[in-house]
Design a protein around this ligand. Structure first.
Ligand code: 0O2
Ligand code: 0O2
Length: 226
């Protein structure tokens, strides 16, 4: 393994472990019969080409180093998608309570969206990875957002590649309007949250009810009878 392989290895482990842990949170909600605030989780280690671009932007040497590990806080990146805006603070609180990581910074781009229109909640955490040469603490960035925020960010991110961040004024305005429309959608969905969740519980019970032996939770009717 070369110097980059050695440097990135604990980040790969951190992403794999945190992905399993956050997906585990989702399963635990499911197993307890409670609607999960987590819809799905993704993770990635920043590709070397993106690390290179960031070092140019920040004016730091492109080499595995302590400086790189400190200044690039998103070499390990996790993304947690939620159905509703309120779920984001639930997830943030669950992460704050964990003993297996330390939150070092939080950035609230939901109440303070970026000028581009970007919305998301960012947490920078320090996560200890056990390696054959001992414990290594790495930084990881966790982005927590709704499905609508994620839809907008994915589209805008891919357009950024085409325009290299320099959007024509009209596209910039349209993207800002689209971000507001996405937020309006989130607000509308929040206002009918209880109806949506009732339907989702009914739907999952309907699926399970085709085989009564695998039903893990009481149905709404059974709950009401209790
Ligand atoms: P399942 O059974 O498909 O739900 P990986 O290493 O493959 O677990 P990776 O490569 O980090 O994950 O990210 P990827 O492949 O982009 O997606 C991670 C998980 O998120 C996958 O599920 C996708 O199915 C799921 N996913 C991606 N987009 C959406 C989406 O829009 N809605 C929902 N509900 N899920 C999505 P898993 O973990 O492979 O398992
Ligand atoms: P990637 O992996 O391509 O997503 P930094 O830029 O990281 O040195 P800063 O400004 O403190 O420092 O970071 P910030 O803005 O808190 O978080 C950066 C990450 O947030 C970006 O990562 C994006 O993933 C996301 N992000 C921030 N602003 C926008 C935006 O306007 N549009 C979209 N689509 N995503 C945004 P990178 O670096 O782009 O890497």
């Amino acid at each position: 393994m070369g110097p980059w392989g050695n440097f990135l290895s604990p980040y790969i482990q951190a992403v794999d472990e945190l992905k399993i842990k956050f997906k585990g949170m989702r399963s635990q909600f499911g197993a307890s019969g409670t609607t999960s605030p987590i819809e799905f989780v993704t993770g990635r280690v920043k590709p070397l080409a993106s690390i290179y671009d960031k070092t140019l932007e920040k004016g730091i040497p492109f080499e595995p180093s302590k400086q790189l590990a400190t200044e690039l806080q998103d070499i390990a990146g996790l993304r947690i998608m939620c159905q509703f805006v309120d779920d984001i603070s639930t997830v943030v609180n669950l992460i704050r309570q964990r003993d297996d990581l330390e939150v070092v910074e939080e950035k609230d781009y939901i109440t303070h969206s970026k000028p581009s229109g970007y919305r998301s909640y960012h947490m920078i955490v320090e996560y200890p990875v056990e390696t054959i040469s001992g414990k290594i603490k790495v930084l990881a960035e966790i982005q927590i957002r709704t499905l609508a925020m994620n839809f907008w960010a994915s589209i805008e991110h891919s357009m950024n590649y085409k325009y290299k961040g320099l959007f024509p004024e009209e596209i910039k305005n349209r993207l800002q309007n689209a971000a507001e429309a996405a937020f309006k959608l989130d607000e509308e969905m929040s206002s009918i949250r209880s109806e949506i969740q009732e339907a989702q519980v009914y739907f999952s019970e309907f699926k399970d009810s085709t085989n009564p032996k695998i039903r893990l939770h009481p149905t709404i009717e059974e709950k009401e009878r209790e």
